[in-house]
Design a protein around this ligand. Sequence first.
Ligand code: ATP
Length: 503
Amino acid sequence: QEDVFKKIVSHCKEYGYVFPSSDIYDGLGAVYDYGQMGVELKNNIKKYWWDSMVLLHENIVGIDSAIFMHPTIWKASGHVDAFNDPLIDNKDSKKRYRADVLIEDQLAKYDEKINKEVEKARKKFGESFDEAQYRSTNPRVLGHQEKRDALHTRFAKALNDNNLDELRQIIVDEEIVCPISGTKNWTEVRQFNLMFSTEMGSTSDGAMKVYLRPETAQGIFVNYLNVQKTGRMKIPFGIAQIGKAFRNEIVARQFIFRMREFEQMEMQFFVRPGEELNWFKLWKEQRLKWHKGLGFGDAKYRFHDHDKLAHYANAATDIEFEMPFGFKEVEGIHSRTNFDLSQHEKYSGKNIKYFDPELNESYTPYVIETSIGVDRMFLSVMCASYCEETLEGGETRVVLKLPAALAPIKLAVMPLVKKDGLPEKAREIINDLKFHFNCQYDEKDSIGKRYRRQDAIGTPYCVTVDHQTLEDNCVTIRHRDTMAQERVAISELNNIIADKVSI
Ligand code: ATP
């Protein structure tokens, strides 16, 4: 699985999906650029989200707020005081780690030990193996499980109490070693704020410290009344936004899974107080449906309900996707209560209550938030689509089985040879279709090689123009996944492809 992930990462670079940022300067940690294919896939993901939110819901509208915001916003939201990660350094390697991640890795090690025991027993007992029975009676499994449960309880309490000394003590007691130096020589644990800051205005005026937003949500909260009034919105209603967010992540690993500059697609849904948990349930289901709609298979998704809630939430869940490195959060759905709006009311001194004409009263709305990372979604799409196939005759092909609606290029048009008017005919087809979808012209190398290239970037359709085409205005269309080929009239192409590339 690790190997597959490595292959996906290099595939992303080789085919113009994702490049390390500042590549010729050897990259910049946890920052990435999207290439000529990547930008198209990213835009298609954003469109799939935006359309499902803003186009399909009468009561959801979009905004695009600035990355810079008044610094008091981050005080009010709690980010200045509480948007921290607990850090610990190993004194020998001088490497810095997130204390909570070290402990999570330790929990995973217990799981691994348990799974190894189970797999060993399964091999030994074969058909008659009763896994549940074995897990609940085998002394070795029970021993690991007991240690794991004790660690989990202690860890959850330390996080809940924000007890940094206890986090360090857990690391010491569990004898966790630094993966680099192999030693247990740890510093104290300290809080590290994840927000990037910079200065606005010239220093002679007295520059103001401002932050790069760590989430897009606050831009929606501070505008909610502007939108409600000018858009004559009635509760319940939602505001959607897609935009960059910045976090100074300490543990930057797994490629574009955890970045320091990334993009979020967030929607805040404003509801009557007391109705929030019903809406929370509804949005949970809606969002899962959206993911499943891409057709990667329902087994790839699961909810992870939170036991430990952020300071602003009264319910929270993640939608997790099965990446090659395990089930991981792609989207968070949070019932954020009226925390943010009341805080902004308090800090700004402005009345931002909503007047409900049906109830004839004013109140601070409650908020359900759906928050998904574009880049994590991109990674999940890549991982689910990447496929190596052995063909008849032993040849292999790498194919990105992207949903047609998300594929960067929908159609490649290829003249069989570079002469006899075939290139001109191919260009004619592209000129007709390019207003409807992204087409690519390709005349270099053998047809077989050209097909492989299009498979590798995930193009769902290739059309070949041959000598016969000049006579009958028909072409051969090849389907990426089945590699089936059929002869169709050029005039039919638009319908055939349009039908498949819309969701
Ligand atoms: P994690 O626990 O993985 O750090 P989070 O719970 O802090 O994530 P949220 O604050 O809920 O994440 O942000 C909502 C979404 O934004 C996440 O589900 C994820 O898709 C995306 N996201 C958050 N941090 C990053 C990051 N550093 N890089 C890429 N995407 C991110």
